[in-house]
Design a protein around this ligand. Structure first.
Ligand SMILES: [Zn+2]
Length: 331
């Protein structure tokens, strides 16, 4: 059985938002996030997915929240309204857009402001470790300004952290940029949306600089977790949350992560995300979605978590949503 999605004819203002994105403070002039793939080498093209049909089996039995969607990327600028319609059809009712530099953090805010869909949109504001080399003394002030101006939209500092896998920015620069963003999150009492690749120990070292009475004074989620059992265990002990993507659904790549979910991470510390346009839950969707993942595929992630935990999909969805509302202080 298929759900036939409506072909919306009205343009929504998000198209305008993309067109005017350069007017928001930009520290990066050269490279584009569009050309970088923080987590995978999956191809995503800019073709639309008009009139896409999604399987009814993908619909979540309870409203769920995508905590990390890069729908502020150019890939979505022509059909974001339809992407959000599909999200709603799949019962993904809230989306937190990921800011990865000043330019697309500003764009994320504007997409949220202009949102006319029934999907609730929020965002993070931050500088991804790949772009740390563009981080300068003014960046934190700009971040602080955007966050303070939009308290109902910006719900987290990030995506920030360390990526010693790709090393697009020098490691010492990554550490400095990350350290300042952690300090800002503590100052503003906002949760951290963290990225870590092959930098587990260094990430902890930076975070521990900000501990008060043995713990981080703000909440933190390790988004798109792909680490080991021991790393997950340590993060849980420190009180952090773990964000899982569609990778956990993949037969081979997801095997270890499914064990991590089963054995190490309590359901109360799990949140879910697509990290779209990356991280398909299954290659079978790749052609169907023109190589571009979307929030409507998020139910595949909660379904896999339900299987790992031996719980019903509805029970899992309810818990994940409750975790997320509390973590990001959403309504
Ligand atoms: Zn990331």
């Amino acid at each position: 059985m298929l759900l036939i999605l409506k072909n919306f004819k009205t343009k929504i203002p998000t198209v305008t938002s993309f067109a005017s994105m350069s007017s928001t403070g930009s520290f990066r002039k050269s490279h584009s996030y569009n050309n970088r793939r923080p987590h995978s080498s999956q191809q995503s093209n800019s073709n639309n997915n008009p009139n896409k049909q999604i399987s009814a089996s993908l619909k979540s039995p309870y409203p769920i929240i995508d905590i990390g969607a890069n729908i502020n990327k150019a890939n979505y600028k022509h059909d974001l309204d339809r992407v959000l319609d599909r999200s709603l059809e799949a019962n993904v009712t809230n989306i937190i857009i990921t800011g990865t530099d000043m330019k697309n953090s500003g764009l994320a805010v504007r997409i949220c402001q202009d949102n006319k869909s029934k999907v609730k949109l929020y965002c993070t504001v931050g500088v991804h470790p790949h772009y740390s080399k563009d981080f300068n003394d003014d960046t934190i002030n700009l971040m602080r300004g955007i966050i303070k101006k939009h308290p109902n939209i910006v719900k987290s500092v990030g995506e920030c952290g360390l990526d010693f896998n790709r090393n697009y920015s020098p490691q010492d620069i990554q550490i400095q940029s990350f350290d300042k963003q952690v300090a800002l999150a503590v100052e503003l009492n906002l949760p951290l949306f963290l990225h870590e690749r092959e930098a587990h120990q260094d990430l902890i070292t930076v975070l521990q600089k900000h501990y008060v009475d043995g713990k981080l004074p703000v909440k933190a989620v390790i988004h798109c977790f792909t680490g080991t059992k021991d790393e997950a265990k340590y993060y849980i002990e420190q009180g952090y949350y773990i964000g899982f993507t569609g990778v956990i659904c993949q037969e081979q790549r997801g095997r270890t992560l499914r064990e991590v979910i089963k054995d190490v991470v309590p359901i109360e510390r799990i949140m879910i995300e697509t990290d779209c346009p990356f991280m398909f839950p299954d290659n079978k969707y790749r052609d169907e979605f023109n190589g571009r993942n979307e929030p409507c595929l998020l139910p595949a992630v909660s379904k896999t978590i339900a299987t790992c935990k031996g719980l019903s999909e509805e029970e899992v969805a309810k818990t994940l949503t409750a975790n997320t509302l509390k973590f990001f202080n959403l309504e």
